[in-house]
Design a protein around this ligand. Structure first.
Ligand SMILES: N[C@@H](CCC(=O)N[C@@H](CS)C(=O)NCC(=O)O)C(=O)O
Length: 206
């Protein structure tokens, strides 16, 4: 019998969006449960590690967004081919986490003081740019156009969500600077099931 997956996350893209994209890419049916902040205090103690996202299936739960992404990637051919490519994907997933950590002080969800946010932006963008430059160089060196190896993998979908994130926080002119990231972003957007999903996606800022 097919597994019946449930994704439990907040009503944002955040760390849950890569999981939604993997389900979508793999045409894996799932229930997209979106928790309101008012529901969270009661739910938190009953989650695997006190945070979201987590998934439920077959009476089991699995938390930690990257662990979930890696697990689901195996169900739909989104795992990089070799051990080395898998390690490179893991490396990039930590770079993504670093980008998010550096950008957190200017994330409009966490920093509501617009004047403060604006004053922090130049330094934060400079730090994020150093990492994006390195990602761009790696993409430029891979003739397949994917982040690792010669096929799409979960890290490309994770980086797609990161691109959406940095465009939201810093503006689309940042993406325009990066030819290869722009190509990757467009390529993923054009995958038919992803395009259909994006068309109907619930609109949230982050
Ligand atoms: N390492 C975890 C971090 C999860 C995390 O930071 N979740 C946040 C939302 S993005 C959360 O649950 N915040 C509410 C809380 O900590 O009470 C992952 O990657 O899944």
């Amino acid at each position: 019998m097919d597994k019946k997956y449930k994704l439990i996350y907040f009503n944002v893209k955040g760390k849950g969006e890569v999981i939604r994209l993997i389900f979508t890419y793999g045409k894996i049916p799932y229930e997209d449960v979106r928790i309101e902040s008012s529901q969270w205090p009661a739910l938190k103690p009953n989650t695997p590690f006190g945070q979201l996202p987590y998934i439920e299936f077959d009476g089991k739960t699995l938390a930690q967004s990257n662990a979930i992404a890696r697990y689901l990637a195996k169900q739909c051919d989104l795992t990089p081919t070799t051990d080395w490519e898998q390690a490179q994907a893991d490396e990039l997933s930590d770079v993504v986490q670093d980008i998010k950590t550096i950008a957190r002080p200017v994330n409009p969800v966490y920093e509501k003081d617009e004047a403060k946010r604006k004053s922090l932006l130049p330094d934060v963008l400079a730090a994020v740019t150093q990492l994006l430059d390195k990602v761009e160089a790696r993409l430029a060196a891979n003739t397949s156009g994917w982040l690792v190896g010669n096929k799409i993998s979960w890290i490309d979908l994770l980086f797609f969500t990161t691109t959406e994130y940095y465009v939201t926080v810093f503006g689309k002119e940042v993406l325009a600077k990066y030819e290869h990231q722009h190509k990757l972003y467009t390529r993923i957007k054009q995958i038919p099931q992803i395009a259909a999903y994006l068309e109907k996606r619930i609109d949230t800022v982050i």
